[in-house]
Design a protein around this ligand. Structure first.
Ligand code: MN
Length: 241
């Protein structure tokens, strides 16, 4: 048996081909696993469980089918879909898990994160993150009309695009010391995350112990997924279309 991991599918109306590939993956590949973990940014934008957009329906229905076949699907929030809540769980049968999460993955303690908290050099981003994760801000946002919420979300997205263009590449990757400190604090030798869209398996050493940081890629072009079983973890990515 195996466990599957994906992240950063960024499903939304702008890339219908990604949604089709996602539905294929959920219908064909995911049912062979004993569990599926989605490590954040499943959706490009999620403005609240009460405001499901038509472009999300096929993916939500696919997740429901997977849950109905008995494959547990766990999902942690990314920086795009941090408002996924109980309504989403009820609709899909997925279980939201709050990062940091440590699981026993075939005998190896493994830390799961979206990955944005590791990008500690990006001070602006971390400031914005604490605002967006503030319960008072979220409550106020959710009390706005759907049209207002969409407008605010689009504004955030265009601001974040222009900020990203101005930033050097290294700032938007993880900070090595933050990775080591985080893994040490959780007593793990394996970390799996997404967010940076830089798929790779990094071998590390922490306090003399071999350790591994596995980074999932995105689905814009990488179709990234990770399959782990008792023999190890295998990162797959292909560059289709
Ligand atoms: Mn992200």
């Amino acid at each position: 048996m195996s466990t599957l991991f994906i992240a950063d599918t960024h499903l939304g109306g702008e890339h219908p081909a990604i949604s089709r590939r996602f539905v294929e993956f959920i219908d064909n590949e995911a049912p062979t696993a004993e569990a599926l973990y989605i490590l954040g940014d499943l959706f490009e934008v999620w403005i609240g469980d009460d405001a499901v957009q038509d472009e999300h329906r096929a993916a939500l229905q696919a997740l429901r089918r997977l849950s109905d076949t008995g494959v547990p699907t766990y999902l942690l929030h990314g920086n795009r879909d941090f408002l996924l809540g109980q309504g989403f769980e009820a609709l899909t049968g997925c279980q939201l898990i709050q990062e940091p999460v440590v699981i026993d993955l075939y005998g190896t303690r493994t830390l799961l994160l979206h990955g944005d908290t590791l990008c500690s050099d990006d001070v602006d981003y971390q400031k914005m993150r604490s605002q967006l994760r503030n319960p008072a801000w979220q409550q106020q946002f959710l009390s706005a009309s759907i049209e207002q919420r969409l407008a605010i979300a689009n504004q955030y997205r265009s601001e974040s695009r222009s900020r990203i263009r101005e930033k050097p590449d290294a700032i938007m990757d993880v900070n090595r010391d933050t990775v080591i400190e985080t893994m040490r604090a959780h007593g793990v030798t394996r970390l799996i995350h997404g967010h940076t869209h830089r798929p790779a398996v990094h071998d590390l050493e922490i306090d003399g112990q071999p350790a591994q940081r596995i980074v999932l890629g995105d689905w814009y072009s990488q179709n990234s997924s990770l399959k782990c079983d008792a023999s190890g973890c295998y990162l797959n990515h292909s560059n289709e279309d």
